[in-house]
Ligand binder design. Structure first.
Ligand code: CTP
Length: 409
């Protein structure tokens, strides 16, 4: 039997819709209809350029609220601070390259930007532009900056563009955008909603000269799977990723790419103070060449000696800085005396949790799609997971952490 009514997933949610000057602005009309149908209240704020693509009258009629375009109308000041506080979520769709650049750099020359800068609510961005503009390094770095600032990105689609060309850069379809909104707002009821998580993954490369390095076989898959699993439970995740061929599935994860152990340390020190949960899954080099050559080393003698110096143990450093309300974990990759070594690392690095991988277990460790992990906690618990895919192992580890945190709070 069909239910009497279907619950609207955006019922009562207040959405500030920012519309900017892009040909995709016409899709804002459909977007508003869908949002209203889902039970949301929609207040439209337009840039002056957007009005050239769709009239404020159309959007006011569909949203049942006056569309705002300027900081003052008819001698009335539009209070951008209150608008930012009114909303549960601000959605900028379509977001033109110009508005993205201004948002990334804090420029404020129209009402939409003033509202964005004062918005206390989460902000989602649905970019729309031509493929070349989308791929321009300036746009890419603006997007990275916006993600670092905590904005959420709704990925662009590939298809026919306003230029007549086909490629990447089309704004996501309104139906897809609404799905993203629903997912995001539902996230707020997930166990790790509001939590900031720092995950590291992949190897590090330590240069010997400009063309050679010392590295390791880590693929980054375990840490990437953890980043995705934390995000699925509502966390806001920063992933520090060494050289890896892989990326997380979830586009809401902020990825900072690094190469060396020193860069890993610097990135971790930057994100760690604000992180509630930190898991070091990266295979950080323990030693690096003491004096990397400035030029390519030529082949000469039969033997070449490269003197190595110790790197900083990132996890140990974070363990020293850890505050009472922070949860810190790492991995231990062992070939012998596995449990004993893992427990020593747990204690010496001041960790709450350590995941042991034994290279004696078939299917565990580097360059595999599977892993066999045993979890140890600072308060003496031990849990052995079966051999499973790294994605499944990551989900189990995250669930274990959620339970551990629930008990301590
Ligand atoms: N780790 C780190 N910085 C390093 C080395 C390791 O943060 N320079 C972290 C790893 O990310 C992992 C944990 O420490 O979470 C354990 O790493 P592992 O390589 O197993 O142990 P090490 O402490 O390096 O000791 P050893 O190599 O002697 O076993």
């Amino acid at each position: 039997m069909l239910p009497f009514f279907i619950l609207n997933m955006l019922q009562g949610k207040k959405i500030l819709l920012g519309v900017t000057g892009s040909i995709a602005a016409y899709k804002a009309a459909l977007l508003i209809r869908l949002l209203i149908k889902e039970g949301a209240e929609v207040q439209v704020v337009m840039t002056p350029a957007a009005a050239a693509f769709i009239t404020p009258l159309t959007l006011s009629t569909l949203s049942h609220r006056t569309t705002l375009t300027t900081l003052s109308d008819n001698e009335k000041w539009n209070n951008h601070v209150l608008l930012g506080r009114w909303a549960d979520l601000m959605l900028v769709a379509p977001a033109s390259a110009n508005t993205l650049a201004k948002m990334a750099h804090g420029l404020c020359d129209n009402l939409l930007l003033a509202v964005y800068l004062s918005a206390a609510c989460p902000v989602m961005i649905a970019p729309a532009m031509d493929e070349d503009m989308w791929h321009h390094p300036a746009t890419k770095s603006n997007i990275q900056q916006l993600l670092r600032n905590g904005n959420k990105l709704i990925p662009v689609e590939t298809g026919e563009l306003a230029s007549g060309l086909t490629g990447e850069g089309r704004m996501s379809e309104p139906e897809t955008i609404v799905e993203y909104l629903k997912d995001f707002l539902n996230n707020e009821s997930k166990p790790l909603a509001g939590k900031k998580v720092l995950v590291t993954a992949g190897p590090t490369y330590e240069p010997i000269d400009p063309v050679r390095f010392i590295g390791n076989f880590s693929s980054g898959k375990m840490g990437i799977a953890l980043a995705d699993a934390f995000t699925a439970q509502g966390a806001q995740v920063n992933l520090i990723l060494g050289p890896s061929y892989f990326l997380p599935k979830n586009t809401g994860i902020t990825v900072t790419k690094i190469k060396t152990a020193k860069e890993m340390l610097d990135a971790c020190l930057q994100f760690f103070p604000a992180s509630d949960i930190t898991i070091m899954a990266a295979a950080v080099a323990d030693y690096r060449p003491e004096n990397p050559a400035g030029k390519k080393i030529k082949k000469q003698e039969n033997h070449l000696e490269v003197v190595l110096e110790k790197t900083t143990d990132v996890l140990k450093e974070l363990g020293k800085q850890k505050k009472k309300d922070q949860f810190l974990g790492g991995f231990a990759l062992e070939t012998d005396h596995e449990e004993e070594n893992a427990l020593t690392k747990l204690k010496e690095k001041n960790l709450d949790i350590i995941m042991l991988n034994s290279l004696n277990d078939e299917g565990a460790g580097f360059m595999q799609d599977t892993n066999k992990v045993t979890i140890f906690t600072g308060d003496g618990k031990k849990k052995k997971l079966a051999l499973k895919s790294k994605e499944e192992a990551a989900k189990d580890i995250v669930q274990f952490i959620i339970h551990a945190l629930a008990k301590t709070h």
